[in-house]
Design a protein around this ligand. Structure first.
Ligand code: 13P
Length: 406
């Protein structure tokens, strides 16, 4: 069950003065390690997938594992697109199961950032999905991802932040107040007074990028000034790399020998953060505060005034068109198995959230398909929307755990 609404999750953190870790995952070891840490420390958690990392893994395949891990968790989990580059990538991420998206447009001039962000908030909010925007610029090397964040740090301006949030309607704001992505070189120059002012002005959960490498005291002061989500990657990548290097010293040199213990190293580092940032122990309270994430099945059964070839051609076009509408997860079309079935054909369209019932109905591509292709053929029909009663928990006990090596 515990995929939860990320807005409720972060509002709980904001209200009670702790921060949820948004850990970027790049492999199954990361998913396993982070979920193990969250279960062990009873912490809410965000599994993030950064678009800038997509060269390193197959986004669609990893999303299946991420979603399954979140569904079977006993702690609240949200799934986030980190550093999304466009509305198109946000639509794809939502279709694959992300229930929060970030717009990475802060390297553009202010008006362009507002325009690009508005494109994403308009689309995502119509799907019930919260959005993180960024203002100011957090540069630097995100693990092995140097080239995606070049340039110099730009601190977030308080007045621009106010205007940006008002105009775009973002739910969370990533601020630039002195951190950099990746390994910290020298001392960061953190501007707490600016953060305090942004927090007082906006009153919404704030996000810290470049979470790796700060001191306990620095985290604590940032969290006390409104940081409710901390993006964290490089330290996990480094802990994994260190473990692989240690494994090269031992006898076994095959793949499984080299990655042995990587998930455990990630779990240890993520768990340390969860205790440090105050999210450990908050899982049950946060769960009470967050709406659970229940998908909707839009079901249509119908008979057709056309031969089967024509119906199948219409279904095929429908699958192509409808699966691209924001908030649609899957489109199933079917023929009745029983000869004497009252209705011969079906659609089963899965929406990520009840908000999609309206936005799908009103979407121009849906209207055009329904008016020009579906309704002229489908006469007698029934259409009903079903909300999931429970979203997926089938395991009798949590099974997010690391299998210890022999
Ligand atoms: P670090 O790699 O510095 O932890 O930053 C991660 C990040 O901000 C991802 O969005």
């Amino acid at each position: 069950m515990p995929i939860v609404d990320m807005k409720g999750m972060l509002e709980h953190a904001y209200q009670y003065g702790y921060a949820v870790g948004a850990f970027d995952v790049v492999s199954l070891d990361f998913v396993t390690g982070i979920m193990t840490a969250a279960e062990r420390s009873r912490s809410p958690v965000i599994l993030s997938l950064a678009e800038s990392h997509f060269a390193h893994f197959d986004f669609e395949l990893l999303m299946s594992a991420v979603e399954r891990a979140a569904q079977r968790a006993t702690v609240p989990v949200a799934i986030h697109l980190d550093h999304g580059m466009s509305t198109k990538s946000a639509v794809q991420a939502i279709s694959l199961g992300c229930n929060g998206v970030m717009v990475d447009a802060s390297h553009h001039p202010f008006e362009e950032n507002v325009r690009l962000t508005l494109g994403v908030t308009g689309m995502a909010h119509s799907c019930g999905i919260p959005v993180e925007g960024e203002l100011g610029y957090v540069p630097g090397v995100e693990g092995e991802d140097a080239e995606h964040h070049p340039g110099d740090l730009v601190y977030t301006s308080v007045s621009e932040a106010k205007e940006y949030v008002q105009r775009t309607g973002v739910d969370f704001l990533a601020v630039s107040i002195g951190t950099v992505h990746g390994r910290m070189k020298g001392e960061p120059s953190l501007n707490y007074s600016r953060l305090e002012e942004i927090n007082k002005t906006l009153g919404i959960p704030l996000v810290l990028h470049g979470g790796t490498g700060l001191t306990d005291e620095q985290y604590s002061r940032l969290i006390n000034n409104g940081i409710s989500k901390i993006n964290y990657y490089t330290a996990l990548a480094d802990a994994s790399g260190k473990r692989v290097q240690q494994n090269t010293q031992s006898d076994g040199q095959g793949y499984t020998a080299l990655v042995d213990g990587v998930a455990e190293s990630i779990a240890d580092e993520a768990e340390r953060c969860m205790h440090l940032w105050g999210s450990a122990g908050q899982a049950d309270n946060a769960l009470k505060n967050c709406a659970s994430w229940a998908p909707v099945e839009h079901l249509i059964v119908y008979n057709a005034d056309a031969n089967e070839t024509k119906v199948h051609a219409m279904m095929s076009e429908g699958r192509r068109v409808l699966s691209q509408i924001p908030g649609v997860r899957t489109v199933f079309t079917g023929n009745a198995i029983q000869e004497g079935a009252q209705y011969r054909f079906s659609w089963l369209v899965r929406f990520c959230h009840p908000a999609v019932i309206d936005s799908y109905r009103d979407h121009p591509d849906h209207i055009a398909f329904a008016d020009n292709q579906f309704r002229p053929i489908a006469g007698d029909r029934i259409s009903i929307d079903y909300r999931a009663v429970e979203s997926g928990r089938t395991h009798s006990e949590n099974s997010a755990s690391i299998r210890k090596s022999a």
